[in-house]
Design a protein around this ligand. Structure first.
Ligand code: ATP
Ligand code: MG
Length: 324
């Protein structure tokens, strides 16, 4: 009998991690659970200090958890870090992590060797990785001559050179110019489509929105939402949004709209001579009440409804959580 069991490529099962600094114990990660399947991107979101990098480091076997289990394709990362590492690619970013006086090629040769990529296969893999991140023409230059964004791209090349099954990306687009950031999104999508399981941390909500199949939001070490963008909206209490363009918007209009019973929030943005107003509803938009207020205003075009963006939901959620 064939057992067709699909097991996650990366699994966190009630993982906690504490640090002791100056005699004080800080629990950076509290009972965090998530799993990432083959061909799936999980975005790990949360404010500065939430515990994202600590989670990435535990997944990468650079840190051992205080309790709970971390499994990489079923391998216990704490008990068998060497086996787990063979399946992992990691981008922690930053300026460090390379031999600055050596070329990108020499650096990648060294790291590929460490990851067990040998023989003729290695040259091909390195060439492919450098081409993928647009550094092929600078391959023989010393890393110390690289710009910050080029170093970040080299980090990405290093992470993919051994063709990992699980890719851990901690703020991978930091320092990248807009074109490189878009190329990174394409790379992540291609790797995902080829079956790699990916965990991505980012502070760019549009990046998470574009790439994530599932989203886990952590705050002060604990998971506060898991699901997709609509789960974040739901947790934040954000319903649909009615948007309208007006000749002008002022505080008086905002105050009137806020008085409508079903309205949760009103924001506006004036530029270029006109203004856009967003009315956030608790649940179903009340168009007749909205039109009654807006009929006295200089409305340009029609009112349309849209779902909250991930950024709007995230800001409402984490802002509210911070105030608690
Ligand atoms: N080595 C360490 N020793 C002591 N405390 C640590 C250590 N590493 C992390 N922490 C603490 O753990 C908490 C989580 O840090 P972490 O770096 O995981 O946050 P983060 O979500 O990645 O934040 P950011 O968005 O700023 O990168 C913070 O309070 C941090 O000070
Ligand atoms: Mg971090």
């Amino acid at each position: 009998m064939v057992v067709n069991e699909i097991r996650p490529l990366l699994e966190f099962d009630r993982v906690s991690r504490s640090f002791v600094t100056a005699g004080r114990t800080v629990t950076a990660v509290k009972e965090v659970s998530f799993s990432v399947e083959r061909g799936q991107v999980l975005a790990l979101l949360g404010p500065n200090g939430a515990g994202k990098t600590t989670c990435i480091k535990m997944a990468a076997t650079l840190l051992v958890q205080s309790s709970g289990d971390v499994r990489v394709d079923g391998i216990d990362a704490a008990n068998d870090p060497y086996e787990a590492r063979k399946l992992l690619g990691l981008v922690l970013g930053g300026e460090r992590g390379f031999y600055l006086r050596a070329s990108a090629l020499d650096n990648l040769n060294f790291f590929a060797e460490l990851q067990g990529v040998r023989g003729a296969r290695r040259n091909v893999a390195i060439r492919e990785a450098l081409e993928r991140v647009g550094l092929a023409d600078r391959a023989t230059d010393r890393v110390e001559t690289y710009s910050r964004g080029m170093r970040q791209r080299l980090h990405i090349a290093r992470a993919i050179v051994a063709k990992p099954r699980v890719l851990l990306l901690d703020e991978p687009s930091i320092g990248l110019d807009p074109v490189s950031a878009r190329e990174l999104r394409e790379l992540v999508t291609d790797l995902r489509d080829s079956g790699v399981a990916i965990v991505l941390t980012t502070h760019y909500m549009h990046e998470a929105e574009a790439l994530a199949d599932t989203i886990t939001v952590i705050d002060r070490g604990a998971v506060i939402v898991e699901g997709d963008a609509s789960a974040v909206a739901h947790a934040a209490g954000i319903g649909p949004i009615s948007s309208a363009r007006l000749a002008r918007v002022d505080e008086r209009l905002r105050a009137r709209l806020l008085q409508l019973p079903e309205v949760m929030g009103v924001t506006y943005d004036s530029r270029g001579g006109t203004a856009t107003i967003d009315v956030r509803w608790a649940d179903t938009p009340n168009h007749s009440a909205l039109n009654e207020v807006l009929q006295h205003e200089h409305l340009i075009g029609a009112v349309f409804d849209r779902r909250a963006t991930l950024e709007e939901s995230y800001l409402a959620l984490v802002g509210a959580n911070d105030a608690a």
